[in-house]
Design a protein around this ligand. Sequence first.
Ligand code: AKG
Length: 286
Amino acid sequence: MSKPNTATRGGPGQGPPRGQGLIYRSQFLNPKARARFLDELKAYHPIWEQRFSESNPPPEGQSQRRLLRPVYWLGNWQFACLNYYHPPKGLDFRCVRAEPFPPFMQSIVNEIQTMVRGHFPAKDVPRDWELNTCLVNYYGSQVSPDGRREDVARVGEHKDFEPGPVASISFGDRALFQFVSSQGKQSRSQVVLQQWLEDSSLQIFGGDRFKKHLFHRVQRVEDKRGERFDTYTGDFETRRLNLTFRYVPRDHIQPFARFPKHLQEDIKPYVAELGKTSAFFKDLLA
Ligand SMILES: O=C(O)CCC(=O)C(=O)O
């Protein structure tokens, strides 16, 4: 693993100088570490989630929809239909306790935590902060039964509301990741900073500017390497994996059994699906 590089590369739409709150390291994982990391990931079979549920129906003007990509969560699972973790109001019954990180991933996370503590000022790292949550996003194309492909490898602008720095590891084709300032619904967002996230790279962002003020998005993912990752879903072809590691305070991670019955009913089909390949989730419904 190479030395920290706190600078990001240039490109169109680049604005103010790079701030303290952003680290980018290309080739963070060497080939051996990459292989070990991906080997552990194979144990997890991602699922398709719907955005809404019976208890959380679509707001007026919106309809039920599937997320653009399959996902898997470790540490805790934030089901889309539970509306994700969103302080200060959305703290309870958003984060279902899930499987712990596998050993090699945990060792990499420990290294990242040390890096974060050495780089970020104390005010940007909450007390008790640790990277205890991981969202694995599978980016690629929907494949229809007649073989047609629709490229859906992107994420619209949003913020990650979990407190403190977020760390992101990428595999496969590189993605154009942008920090944008939102100008409101009427006009287009302005790109403030962008970075190609390459295979085996690590990005960490934190602090008020990158976490609280700016939004971020994945504008597109190249299709050049030809590498494909198994998604086990049949109708999807994955060319990029991204893992974002975040922090959710322990009190806000709750076991499935403690969730109110109506929310348990909403997420039961997902838990059952996960239970087909995961002993942890199988036990939840036993
Ligand atoms: O895929 C990426 O690089 C970023 C993913 C992301 O924005 C998120 O998981 O919140």
